[in-house]
Design a protein around this ligand. Structure first.
Ligand SMILES: O=c1ccn([C@H]2C[C@H](O)[C@@H](CO)O2)c(=O)[nH]1
Ligand SMILES: [Zn+2]
Length: 135
């Protein structure tokens, strides 16, 4: 996996972020075990609650195309699309990751640029997470 290229894919997807209400632009690039990159952006709604996060857009695109095994996700985002802070995934997105990813190995990469990033495992971001193995 080329982390810098994956970060650039997420940055390229920021332009599609649909955020007329918050103008907080987020994009994600999900890397599958089959070595594919699937991007997503946040998509807001006038009724607010139907808003979909960038990370879940990427996961749902991937799963709907037959991909269910993942290595890593890059997340970029910020107000007006400025990447001056790392943009951590919300709790709902962490839970969606828990459904499809191994918490010990799945990498969550928060980036400000192709060379400025931090890596976490899903387990670090969602300790004691509830997943399919708990049922
Ligand atoms: O994990 C997250 C958290 C927030 N957002 C989006 C939703 C909304 O459009 C905007 C402000 O919450 O950021 C994401 O895309 N991912
Ligand atoms: Zn989210």
């Amino acid at each position: 996996m080329d982390i810098q290229k994956l970060i650039q894919s997420a940055i390229d997807a920021l332009q599609f972020s649909y955020t007329p209400y918050s103008n907080f632009k987020v994009a994600a690039a999900l890397f599958t075990k089959s070595q594919k990159v699937i991007t997503g952006c946040n998509i807001e709604n006038a009724s607010y609650t139907p808003t979909n996060c960038a990370e879940r857009t990427a996961f749902f695109k991937a799963v709907s195309e037959g991909e269910k095994e993942f290595e890593a996700i890059v997340i970029v985002g910020g107000k007006d699309g400025e990447l001056d802070d790392y943009c951590p995934p919300c709790g709902v997105c962490r839970q969606v990751m828990m459904e499809f990813c191994d918490p010990k190995t799945f990498q969550i990469i928060l980036a400000k640029s192709p060379t400025d990033y931090k890596k976490f495992t899903l387990e670090e971001m969602l300790p004691l997470g509830f997943g399919p193995g708990n049922l």
